[in-house]
Design a binder for this molecule. Structure first.
Ligand code: NAP
Length: 266
């Protein structure tokens, strides 16, 4: 058994996505949603371990709170301060963050080359940090971070410097520098009335956009504008798909059935 631990979790596409792959490949797993109060997270995690689940995903608001509850952390979880995937082993809990790797795979699928490119990252929270680590590994040349709170962007820049990444400059959201790839890693776009996270004129030919936000059944304003202007764009549901693919691979040790997972969320 596998689970998603969060609050709320009722709207999640993850059970449909994972269970479709298990059914298609005849795997003896089932993925369920567990609504867990923040106060109850440590007790819930001990319960999942006692029940010998193979692992679980973690979503809002628990990603940060999972950090002290695992025995091992991968680099992405450590730098981002957020765990989205846990593997339960006999010897303890292993915490991972597959969000950044998911965005890298989504870019590959869209034909967006990352190596040698200049990237502007909007946001400096958990998703932004996980993407920064993964994009660094994928060979981006320069990563600039723009965030509402400049202090938080500076904090992320300092953590990434410690990982040997180069060219990190902090800009406030009001003064956007040029970049070949722009990533929205803020929640802007979750609501239809949200402004797009960059001035509309910034969405133009010569740039590619990636949006972490996904809205089942509809497009975010950023994705809609980019498509209208024929600008390459990766929508948040592709990142969702591939973070799930990476998580499933960690649990099962085999290549997930990506087509079945994709069909389940499309
Ligand atoms: P987080 O740690 O709370 O960080 C949120 C970031 O967005 C911060 O940098 C924050 O700036 C900024 N922000 C928040 N509200 C803003 C606003 N109104 N205007 C400008 N900036 C704003 O959250 P997270 O875990 O990184 O998640 C961010 C988004 O990514 C969420 O919508 C989440 O659902 C989505 N996500 C999607 C996937 C996927 O698979 N597609 C995976 C993970 C996350 P300050 O530092 O100034 O507060």
């Amino acid at each position: 058994m596998l689970a998603l631990v969060g609050q709320p979790v009722g709207h999640s596409l993850s059970p449909a996505m994972h269970n479709a792959a298990f059914a298609a490949d005849g795997l003896d797993f089932v993925y369920v949603c567990l609504d867990v109060d923040p106060d109850e997270l440590p007790a819930a995690v001990r319960g999942l371990e006692a029940l010998k689940l193979r692992g679980f995903n973690v979503t809002m608001p628990h990603k940060r709170a999972m950090i002290p509850l695992v025995d091992e952390l991968d680099e992405s979880a450590r730098v981002s301060g957020a765990v989205n995937t846990v593997v339960i082993e006999d010897y303890g809990l292993r915490g991972f963050n597959t969000d950044g790797g998911g965005m890298v795979m989504a870019c590959q699928e869209a034909g967006i080359e990352l190596s040698g490119k200049s990237v502007l990252l909007l946001g400096a929270g958990g998703a932004a940090a996980a993407i920064a680590v993964a994009f660094g590994k994928a060979g981006v040349d320069e990563l600039r971070i723009a965030n509402r709170s400049v202090e938080r962007a500076a904090h992320l820049r300092d953590k990434l410097h410690g990982k040997g990444m180069k060219g990190l400059v902090v800009h406030h959201l009001d003064a956007l520098p040029d970049a070949e790839i722009v990533i929205n890693a803020t929640p802007l776009g979750m609501k239809e009335e949200d402004p797009i996270p960059v001035p509309a004129a910034y969405v133009r030919e010569g740039r590619a956009f990636c949006d972490v936000v996904y809205r089942p059944g509809t497009q975010t304003p950023l994705v809609r504008l980019a498509r209208e202007r024929d600008v390459p764009v990766v929508a948040g549901d592709r990142m969702l798909l591939y973070q799930g693919v990476l998580a499933q691979k960690l649990w099962t040790g085999r290549e997930p059935n990506v087509k079945a997972m994709d069909r389940a969320i499309s």
